[in-house]
Design a protein. Structure first.
Length: 189
């Protein structure tokens, strides 16, 4: 439980730092836009609108962290992957956090591939081995399409910035973990 709290505290600190940086950039963008020609002001307004959307998400995360809502939601969750919390604790930038999430994704992707191979191997015990393999392959391909489509949606809905990519990567790692556990030989498929 302590590692979850440490991980969440580090995540909250990083999100709050990103929020402070975004607020500063927003103020600079407003001042710059006021002194530019009309065509440039339109581009600047779009940029500010995009950053405002990302800033809104960052502020929401910050409020959740300050209010203690995030730790309450994740209190019973386990670490995403071995070493993930320690990696986030050391992270000083969004890029560092992205690398931690990428490492967690790689960890679970390897396990998923092993469990997928074992699931296909279990089909030798089925009445119709070919039908069993086809069903598992079809289900896995559809799951991959779902995971990829949702990560794209998360990036789009969150404004396409570095925070949105981090959220999308976290989603992909979490979903890969769920799928790997679903295909575990002991899960009773």
């Amino acid at each position: 439980m302590r590692t979850v709290d440490t991980h969440l505290a580090a995540f909250c600190r990083n999100v709050q730092a990103l929020t402070r940086r975004s607020l500063t950039r927003r103020a600079v963008a407003r001042e710059t836009a006021a002194h530019q020609p009309v065509a440039r002001r339109t581009v600047a307004r779009r940029t500010v609108a995009r950053r405002t959307a990302t800033l809104g998400a960052a502020i929401l995360w910050s409020v959740w962290c300050l209010a203690g809502v995030w730790p309450a939601l994740a209190a019973e969750e386990e670490e995403l992957a071995p070493g993930y919390s320690a990696c986030l604790e050391k992270a000083v930038s969004t890029l560092d956090m992205q690398q931690c999430t990428s490492d967690a994704y790689d960890y679970w992707d390897k396990i998923l591939n092993e469990n997928y191979a074992q699931a296909l191997q279990q089909c030798t015990q089925a009445e119709d081995e070919k039908a069993c393999r086809d069903k598992i392959r079809t289900a896995q391909r559809l799951w991959v399409q779902y995971k990829e489509a949702m990560t794209d949606v998360i990036v789009e809905l969150e404004g396409g910035g570095s925070l949105s990519r981090l959220l999308a990567s976290d989603f992909a790692a979490t979903e890969t973990k769920k799928q790997a556990r679903l295909l575990e030989p002991s899960s009773g498929y």
